[in-house]
Design a protein around this ligand. Structure first.
Ligand SMILES: [Zn+2]
Length: 295
């Protein structure tokens, strides 16, 4: 079957095959480069009514950031001596605050004006609202650019990566953490099988449990391909360690402990597979990649 309309956001090819569907939601695979992307894209939600986020949203964002902070610190430690950092899709600014405390001169960008407002006024970090391209940052002005779980949500990720490439100095680096297609597809097919066992109605009340895809679903190959096309030299693509617990739903302490244990077990298996295949077969829930601009 040939999908209509949306050309591949990585290579612009116009032919793609439907990979999986759930009601009106559909992921297709580019016939040329293999990128898996959502087509059609869902309509964007309404912008927030006020600049001040409500308390529940802030609490949820704090919870997610708290769970991610170990990974934030690991990245900052691995990135070498502090310099100028740009965080794309910076959200409420928690990573910027940690980066600043670690000595980085850090600026963040987020299309969500409410999030950027919170980051500036409550956390005192340099977060700008709007698109990356609209900021007009100078060429080669950044040592490190980071994309934390955000590249998969950007409908045109190559354009975004090319803009990031323009901003990174020679010898500077890019870090991307994103969902992994292999894991997402396996999870999708598992929940589809569970639906057939009679839990369909229950699962369909919570579509985020059954359709866990954003605008793009990267594999090891397409993530490396995206970085290369944008002009980065790929240094590594690996399994990314899991974020402990369940930052979104709040399972209560016993559920959290069980989930953390399950995540560690899954990651242990994924790492064994990765090592046996010399990191060619990556099946963990998330991937992380490092790239650099040739010095
Ligand atoms: Zn393509």
């Amino acid at each position: 079957m040939t999908a209509d309309a949306r050309p591949c956001p990585l290579c612009a090819a116009a032919f793609a095959r439907v990979l999986l569907t759930a009601g009106p939601r559909r992921m297709v695979r580019c016939g040329a480069c293999g990128l898996v992307y959502r087509d059609p894209l869902p309509a964007p939600g309404p912008p927030p009514a006020a600049l001040e986020p409500d308390t529940d949203l802030v609490r949820r964002e704090e919870r997610v950031a708290d769970r991610r902070s170990r990974e934030f610190r690991r990245l900052l430690a691995a990135a070498g001596p502090p310099g100028r950092l740009l965080d794309v899709g910076t959200g409420f600014g928690f990573f910027l605050r940690l980066a600043g405390a670690a000595g980085w001169s850090a600026v963040g960008v987020d299309p969500d004006a409410q999030a950027a407002h919170y980051a500036r006024t409550r956390l005192g970090v340099d977060a700008r609202a709007g698109t990356l391209a609209a900021q007009g940052f100078p060429d080669a002005s950044v040592d490190l650019v980071t994309f934390w779980n955000v590249l998969e949500c950007i409908p045109e990720p190559l354009a975004e990566l090319r803009e990031a490439r323009r901003l990174v100095r020679p010898g500077g680096r890019i870090f991307v953490r994103t969902q992994n297609l292999a894991w997402q597809a396996a999870s999708f097919h598992t929940t589809e099988a569970v639906k057939r066992l009679g839990l369909r109605r229950r699962l369909e009340r919570e579509p985020h449990l059954t359709f866990i895809f954003n605008a793009i679903s990267f594999s090891r190959a397409t993530l490396a391909g995206a970085l290369t096309r944008a002009g980065f030299e790929v240094l590594s693509v690996r399994n990314s360690p899991p974020i402990p617990g369940d930052p979104y739903l709040g399972l209560g302490a016993p559920g959290e402990r069980a989930l953390s244990l399950a995540k560690r077990l899954v990651f242990g298996v994924a790492q064994a597979v990765a090592r046996a295949s010399r990191h060619r077969v990556l099946v963990a829930p998330s991937l992380e990649a490092w790239g650099q601009v040739r010095p």
